[in-house]
Write a protein that binds this ligand. Structure first.
Ligand code: NDP
Length: 278
């Protein structure tokens, strides 16, 4: 009998992760036999724990906070997207014992916007709140997708400026002061890529950012997205969503990368949404 293929998600903490449930759902849908664990690795042991996992037969790993940069650093091969971002959320065993690093957060966000909401960022004015790792992945993805203009606002202005510089498209990217957002015109798409909601902190955003067709999208999901989603609804956005669909899309993309079969994303989303509402 062939050995069961081993996969895992690594993070710190990790108990809250929906990743094992998603991969179990995908495995059930597709008939793929696998074992998928959740491994809590502190930052100082992350690299050795991941290396040991792959040396002992691990075939693939998803990586979440705070290890995405360390995941990139330990890999032998990097996809073009991972190279551009300098972080990875998917590690895959390659022949010869090498490990490949990929980042699919940006692609997952776009797939969710397009697939679940029929929203294409092409030619749209976008406000990106935050300048951390997720904002960086979103920024590159949105420019690749043809956003007309990307305005970055971050609590720490130097990080907004650093992200704008890294995106290397001065004609399409600018920054706005975090405490003067009321001076901006309204946007077509507002992305909350801050971790404020996870820390139970509300953002003080002016209603003037919104017009009737504005799509508001929070990358965090479940209750962490509630303050932003409620603000967006009250401000009159056409659509407001959390990032649960993005999470499902990124999990599905790693599943497909590892097993060569596309799971039923909509069915998995419905199953997981039932227990995870903003
Ligand atoms: P980082 O720690 O890299 O960045 C956090 C960002 O949030 C920074 O810009 C920080 O600003 C800002 N921030 C934190 N607290 C506040 C606050 N109280 N008020 C205003 N701004 C604040 O985190 P990530 O970029 O990795 O993650 C951001 C969010 O995206 C998280 O909620 C995460 O769960 C979510 N995410 C969702 C994914 C999905 O699949 N749906 C995938 C990846 C991330 P400053 O620079 O000033 O500190």
């Amino acid at each position: 009998m062939p050995a069961v293929r081993r996969y895992a998600v690594f993070g710190h903490p990790i108990a809250h992760s929906l990743s094992p449930r998603l991969h179990a759902l995908f495995a059930e849908q597709t008939g793929v036999a696998l074992e998928y664990g959740a491994i809590d690795a502190a930052p100082d042991e992350f690299t050795s724990v991941v290396r040991a996992f792959f040396m002992h037969g691990g075939r693939g790993a998803n990586v979440t906070l705070p290890h995405k940069a360390a995941a990139f650093a330990l890999a032998d091969v990097h996809t073009l997207t991972a190279q551009r971002l300098g972080v990875a959320n998917v590690l895959t065993a390659l022949p010869g014992g090498r490990i490949e690093a990929e980042s699919n957060d940006g692609a997952g966000m776009l797939a969710d916007m397009r697939g679940r909401f029929g929203f294409d960022p092409r030619e749209h004015e976008v406000l990106l709140l935050g300048a951390g790792g997720a904002a960086r992945a979103s920024g590159f993805a949105l420019l690749d997708a043809g956003a007309r203009r990307l305005t970055i606002a971050n609590r720490t202005p130097a990080r907004a400026q650093a992200l704008a510089t890294a995106l290397s498209e001065p004609e399409r990217v600018n920054t706005a002061a975090w405490d003067a957002l009321d001076r901006c015109a309204a946007f077509d798409l507002i992305i909350n890529a801050t971790s404020a909601g996870v820390q139970h902190a509300a953002l003080a955003l002016p209603r003037s950012l919104v017009q009737t067709r504005t799509f508001a999208y929070d990358l965090s999901y479940g209750p962490a997205a509630r303050p932003f989603v409620e603000w967006a609804q009250a401000a009159g956005c056409a659509t407001a969503s959390d990032g649960l669909g993005m999470l499902v899309e990124t999990a599905a993309a790693s599943f497909e990368r590892w097993h060569g079969v596309r799971p039923d994303v909509d069915a998995a989303f419905k199953a997981i949404r039932a227990g995870t509402r903003p």
